[in-house]
Design a protein around this ligand. Structure first.
Ligand code: ATP
Ligand code: MG
Length: 339
């Protein structure tokens, strides 16, 4: 079989499952902006169908959907250069998701660590959607024949599953139709940790507000959260190796590095020997300097929800123009009569 060449195209998404965090900004949005306008077509999504895998109040979901859109726009996603839309407006996602539910194996899904973490001891009481969501995520990506997916480290396993689904589909139907998508997971912020527990990642849906920095937090709140962030009593070491067993300290250094586009080594070189009384206020000032203008712009955009809605609707139209023919070809390959 000859190898198909796919248009270099990026797809990624964020769930409107709560307010955006510094983890979403550094691990996702900032990197999405970085991939815009270069070698790739860029498609960015507010994945609202994924949000309802856990209960969402309908009014809050609408607000959160607009907030994620505002976060993208305020951070520099240009809705002309990129395609920006919310998932439920492009019904092809759910349709391809169903086909992939019939390709993915139960055994594969049982290996997904994120379901185990999110479900905890209550797996029986979770929605079927939460269990199946990585298959819908594969559809999100492959509906655009995306070749690259920038994500945080927590999504690595789901992108690998996406590759497995693409490979099995191509094999079962003897086609070379779906690309084997490459996950792009890089930089010091690929896994921003929870400020109260350096072994858990920072999440929108985490229990306590003190464990995360929200993109809409004001300067005082950001300062307070960093001040109260868990650390150890030691000052910053001479080299990065000295942070090997200090996850909370390493996290704050990584956040500083990501905010200033430096390596963690460079941050250590600058702050070697510094105590937390010096480092934490410097980090807080830096975060306020970087997030302040973005949150001001987010609030401005959210004051005009109708404009956000129009932007998303236009994006959805452009997304459908790519997605609809790919879904039709998929139906054809699978053997569906489409009139
Ligand atoms: P939830 O708690 O509802 O799952 P979340 O904060 O994990 O929310 P998602 O919408 O699941 O956010 O993920 C959106 C993107 O942000 C993904 O690419 C994910 O890898 C990335 N991301 C999420 N949290 C972090 C983090 N702590 N560090 C780096 N990247 C992150
Ligand atoms: Mg998540």
């Amino acid at each position: 079989m000859t190898e198909t060449t796919f248009t270099p195209r990026v797809f990624s998404g964020i769930k409107p499952s709560g307010g955006l965090t510094l983890g979403n900004y550094l691990g996702a949005i900032k990197r999405f902006v970085g991939m815009q306008g270069g070698a790739f077509e860029t498609v960015y999504c507010v994945v609202d169908l994924h949000a309802i895998t856990v209960w969402q109040d309908p009014a809050e979901l609408r607000t959160a959907t607009r907030e994620v859109a505002a976060g993208y726009l305020a951070s520099g996603i240009d809705p002309e250069q990129s395609i920006l839309f919310n998932q439920s407006q492009v019904s092809q996602h759910a349709e391809l998701g169903w086909i992939f539910n019939c390709v993915a194996r139960v055994g594969w899904m049982n290996r997904m660590t994120q379901f185990k973490e999110k479900a905890g001891k209550n797996a029986e009481k979770q929605s079927l959607g939460l269990y199946a969501y990585p298959s819908l995520m594969a559809a999100d990506i492959l509906l655009y024949h995306a070749t690259h997916v920038p994500v945080g480290e927590d999504q690595k396993q789901h992108v690998e599953l996406t590759r497995d689904i693409a490979a099995k589909f191509n094999h079962d139907y003897k086609v070379d139709f779906f690309p084997l998508t490459t996950p792009v997971i890089e930089g010091p912020a690929m896994r921003v940790m929870n400020l109260r527990d350096g072994t858990k990642k920072m999440s929108k849906s985490g229990e306590s507000d003190m464990e995360r920095i929200n993109m809409l937090d004001d300067a005082d709140t950001i300062a307070k959260k960093f001040k109260k962030a868990k650390t150890d009593p030691e000052p910053l070491p001479e080299t990065l190796d000295g942070l090997a067993d200090r996850p909370e300290a390493r996290n704050l250094v990584d956040i500083y590095a990501a905010l200033t586009d430096q390596s963690p080594e460079a941050v250590i070189a600058e702050y070697e020997g510094a105590g937390w009384g010096r480092f934490k206020p410097a980090l807080a000032d830096l975060a306020v300097e970087k997030l302040g203008p973005i949150s001001t712009e987010m609030k401005r955009l959210m004051d005009d929800p109708a404009e956000i809605d129009r932007t998303l609707a236009r994006g959805a139209e452009r997304a459908r123009a790519i997605a609809a023919p790919i879904l039709e070809q998929t139906y054809d390959i699978v053997g569906m009569l489409r009139g």
